[in-house]
Design a protein around this ligand. Structure first.
Ligand SMILES: Nc1ncnc2c1ncn2[C@@H]1O[C@H](COP(=O)(O)OP(=O)(O)OP(=O)(O)O)[C@@H](O)[C@H]1O
Ligand SMILES: [Mg+2]
Length: 250
C-alpha cells in the first residue's frame, strides 16, 4: 500500500495554556476528498494552520511517507501543499489575472515558466474567471472571490489542496457550484482536505470525513455513512437531514 499523501499523527496545538487541537490523527490518501466538519470553535482552522506549518504543533506531519521534521509554510509549499485560508487574502486592488500570477510566483522563481498554461487550466476549471480576468478582485462577487482564491492556490500546482470553509458567506446555489468544482479537482490530480461548517454540503462531495468536536476527532468514517448517521443528522444536518440523504441516495 502506498503511504497517505498527508498523515497527521497525534497532532496537538495550543494557544498559550489552552489546547485547541488534541491528538488528532488524520489521513488524506492520493485522489481523495476528505472533509473535517465541526461547530464554531472546534479547532478546524487551527488544525489546518498547523498542517500547513503556520502554527507550531506537537505530533507529526508526514507527506507521502516523508516525515516533515520542521513544518513550515515553505516546507509544505515545496512538497505540493496549498492552503486557501478562511480569510481569502486576495489582493483587492489587483486584477484577477495578477492575483493568479502571484499564486504561480513560487514556481516562476524556481524557473518553471508555465504560468500561462496554468492560468489556462484555471480558466477551464472556472470559466467565469476568464471572463473577468481584467476585473479588480475587490469588485468580484463572493462566489467569484472564492473561485479566484482556489484558482490562485491551483496556480502553484498542488498535490494537496487544503480549503478552509469555502462555503462561508455564499448562497446555497453558489456553494454547490464551488464544491462541485472542488470534487472535480481529482481529475486534475489534486487531493483535497476540506474544512467545513456546512456539514451537508461537505459530506456530499467528500469520500471520507472527520467530525471535530472541542479539538478532538469525535467520529470518522465514509462521508456517505455519516450522512445517514443518526447522531450526525441530529447534530449537524438538522431537520430533514434523513429525508435529504434518502432523496440523494435515490
Ligand atoms: N490566535 C488565537 N489565540 C488564542 N486562541 C485562539 C486563537 N485562534 C483560535 N483560538 C481558539 O481556539 C479554538 C479553535 O478555534 P478555530 O478557529 O480553530 O475553530 P474553528 O473550528 O475554525 O471555528 P470556526 O468554524 O468558527 O471557524 C477556539 O476556542 C478559539 O477561540
Ligand atoms: Mg475556522
Amino acid at each position: 500500500m502506498t503511504a497517505p499523501l498527508l498523515q497527521l499523527q497525534d497532532l496537538s496545538v495550543s494557544y498559550g495554556q489552552v489546547e485547541a487541537v488534541h491528538q488528532v490523527r488524520l489521513d488524506v490518501n492520493e485522489g481523495e476528498i476528505v472533509t473535517v466538519i465541526g461547530p464554531n470553535g472546534a479547532g478546524k482552522t487551527t488544525l489546518l494552520s498547523a498542517a500547513m506549518g503556520l502554527l507550531p504543533a506537537s505530533g507529526s506531519i508526514t507527506l507521502a511517507g516523508e516525515r516533515i521534521a520542521r513544518p513550515s509554510v515553505e516546507a509544505m509549499v515545496a512538497r505540493g501543499v496549498a492552503l486557501v485560508p478562511e480569510k481569502r487574502e486576495l489582493f483587492g486592488e489587483m486584477s484577477v489575472e495578477d492575483n493568479l500570477l502571484l499564486g504561480g510566483f513560487s514556481r516562476w522563481r524556481k524557473g518553471q515558466r508555465d504560468q500561462a498554461r496554468r492560468m489556462d487550466e484555471v480558466f477551464e476549471i472556472f470559466p467565469r474567471l476568464r471572463e473577468r480576468r481584467a476585473q479588480l478582485a475587490s469588485t468580484l462577487s463572493g462566489g467569484e472571490r472564492q473561485m479566484l482564491a482556489i484558482g490562485r492556490a491551483l496556480m502553484a500546482r498542488p498535490r494537496l489542496l487544503m480549503l478552509d470553509e469555502p462555503s462561508l458567506g455564499l448562497a446555497p446555489l453558489i456553494v454547490r457550484e464551488v464544491l462541485q468544482v472542488v470534487s472535480s479537482l481529482r481529475q486534475h490530480g489534486v487531493s483535497v482536505l476540506l474544512v467545513e461548517q456546512n456539514a451537508r454540503a461537505a459530506l456530499r462531495v467528500a469520500d471520507r470525513a472527520y467530525v471535530l468536536e472541542m479539538g478532538a476527532v469525535a467520529l470518522t468514517g465514509d462521508a456517505q455513512d455519516l450522512l445517514n448517521d443518526r447522531r450526525i443528522i441530529d447534530t449537524y444536518l438538522g431537520m430533514g437531514g434523513a429525508v435529504h440523504a434518502a432523496a440523494e441516495a435515490r
